[in-house]
Design a protein around this ligand. Structure first.
Ligand SMILES: NC(=O)c1ccc[n+]([C@@H]2O[C@H](COP(=O)([O-])OP(=O)(O)OC[C@H]3O[C@@H](n4cnc5c(N)ncnc54)[C@H](O)[C@@H]3O)[C@@H](O)[C@H]2O)c1
Ligand SMILES: [Mg+2]
Length: 316
């Protein structure tokens, strides 16, 4: 896979990124040898970007990812690790004190001296002015200390990005991580790309499978989508299956087609999933997407296009 530049960071990341939330058992149990094999296979196939959070599996994802990277035994400069702060199983806390402690805890669990990216995790759940006035400033200090090389913000509503980026000093937020807004059923992120580019902010897009909606197995029980969206995605998956095709491959390829998105984070928990998703990327670059199938699936999803769900607190 050809690497892509991530904003102005100088980091070069694989278009397929390894979402490690499944390693926290959020989509079901993952035996340790399977987790290690998945990470090993990812590195072997050219995936160099790994995303986790203390929130995923209540710190389990970070510990397991750390173990898997150690077991793989690759040099530290060969992979890029992003983790997050401010969101925990116990709740949200974006205070300077908590975030400062958080990065040390994350580094200990990951077994690393530094993370490449430290994101504020799902900032729509706090007063965004706290992010601007308290969290981002303390993250600059963490950056200066060398514990995190770059700073990011994540969350579902796209309005959070302009709100924060319009107020913080240039260069204090290096990347954003948006999810569920760049896939076959929802492309809302596209409207924000020129703005992000003008700010020199790198773009990470997560959940190309809409957190399981665009898979044969369907979404987990906790999936927040409205019923109408779930049913439409089910119909789209069934349509692909009837034609002997795979909705997951199509969805991966769709998300990968936009070069302004540096990396597409897909949640993976087995070497087989890693192989399938990398194969989808390679097939896309050699033979392109199945346009006929894409048009059919887009037609099925048209009534629910860009349908989303609410997330976070109402901002004043
Ligand atoms: N707020 C945030 O910061 C945020 C939000 C969402 C996701 N993320 C990151 O992005 C990653 C990806 O998102 P996600 O995991 O929520 O959703 P996703 O859309 O990547 O879907 C993941 C699901 O798809 C399954 N899957 C993956 N490859 C498959 C394949 N080839 N065939 C069949 N099923 C397959 C996985 O087992 C899992 O059940 C997360 O792990 C996380 O690292 C971050
Ligand atoms: Mg999340």
């Amino acid at each position: 896979m050809e690497l892509r530049e991530l904003g102005a960071t100088g980091l070069r990341v694989s278009p397929v990124g390894f979402g490690a939330s499944p390693l926290g058992h959020v989509f079901g149990d993952v035996p340790r040898d399977v987790a290690r094999a998945a990470v090993r296979r990812a590195l072997d196939l050219g995936i160099n970007f790994f995303d986790t959070s203390p929130y995923y599996g209540g710190t389990v994802s970070e510990s397991v990812l750390g173990d898997c990277l150690r077991a793989a035994g690759v040099p530290r400069d060969r992979f890029v690790v992003a983790t997050k702060c401010g969101r925990y199983r116990e709740g949200f806390d974006f205070s300077a004190a908590r975030v400062t402690r958080s990065v040390d805890e994350s580094l200990a669990r990951l077994g690393l001296d530094y993370v490449d990216i430290l994101h504020c995790h799902d900032i729509e759940f706090t007063d965004l002015d706290q992010i601007v006035n308290e969290t981002i400033p303390v993250l600059q200090k963490i950056k200066e200390s060398g514990k995190a090389r770059f700073i990011g913000i994540t969350g579902l509503p796209l309005s959070i990005y302009t709100y924060v980026l319009d107020q913080v000093p240039p260069g204090s937020v290096d990347v954003i991580l948006s999810y569920c807004h760049y896939g076959i059923n929802d492309t809302a992120l596209v409207d924000l790309l020129p703005y992000l580019k003008s700010k020199g902010v790198g773009v990470i897009s997560a959940s190309p499978l809409a957190m399981g909606l665009l898979t044969d197995n369907g979404p987990p029980e906790w999936h927040p989508a409205p019923k109408e969206l779930k049913l439409a995605c089910r119909a789209a998956a069934d349509h692909c299956k009837k034609k002997g095709k795979n909705i997951t491959k199509l969805a991966m390829q769709y998300s990968l087609m936009n070069n302004e998105i540096s990396t597409v984070l897909v949640g993976m928990n087995s070497p087989e999933q890693v192989e399938e998703n990398v194969a989808a990327a390679i097939e896309l670059s050699t033979s392109g997407i199945d346009k006929e199938l894409l048009h059919e699936v887009e037609a099925i999803l048209e009534p629910v296009k860009n349908m989303t769900w609410s997330s976070g607190i109402e901002q004043a």
